[in-house]
Design a protein around this ligand. Structure first.
Ligand SMILES: [Zn+2]
Length: 97
């Protein structure tokens, strides 16, 4: 057997394996026939993709999501405010010296 034959055989084997892997992946996709959806961010119940805010119809979920959203917004503001404040202090410090 020549070296060329060996390489050719190896290439064919790899191609076959790739094809098999691809078809396996497709089969798996077909099997899970779940339509695209998202989950309530509080109780993880499946809800429609368009739901905004991302919670189910439960009032408790809506309430706790609002609370979460408020604290998340506050955290975002803090994340910008504190570095800005630190830079401001630094600038004042430089100006005074
Ligand atoms: Zn919920």
């Amino acid at each position: 057997m020549s070296r060329k034959d060996t390489i050719l055989r190896a290439a064919q084997r790899t191609a076959k394996e790739a094809r098999e892997a691809a078809s396996r992946k497709n089969k798996r996709k077909e099997k899970s026939g779940v339509s695209p959806h998202r989950h309530c961010s509080i109780c993880w119940k499946p809800i429609t993709l368009e739901s905004q805010p991302p919670v189910c119809n439960n009032l408790e979920c809506e309430d706790s999501w609002k609370k979460k959203d408020k604290s998340r917004k506050r955290l975002t503001i803090m994340m910008y405010f504190f570095p800005a404040f630190a830079i401001l202090l630094l600038i004042i410090n430089i100006l005074q010296s």
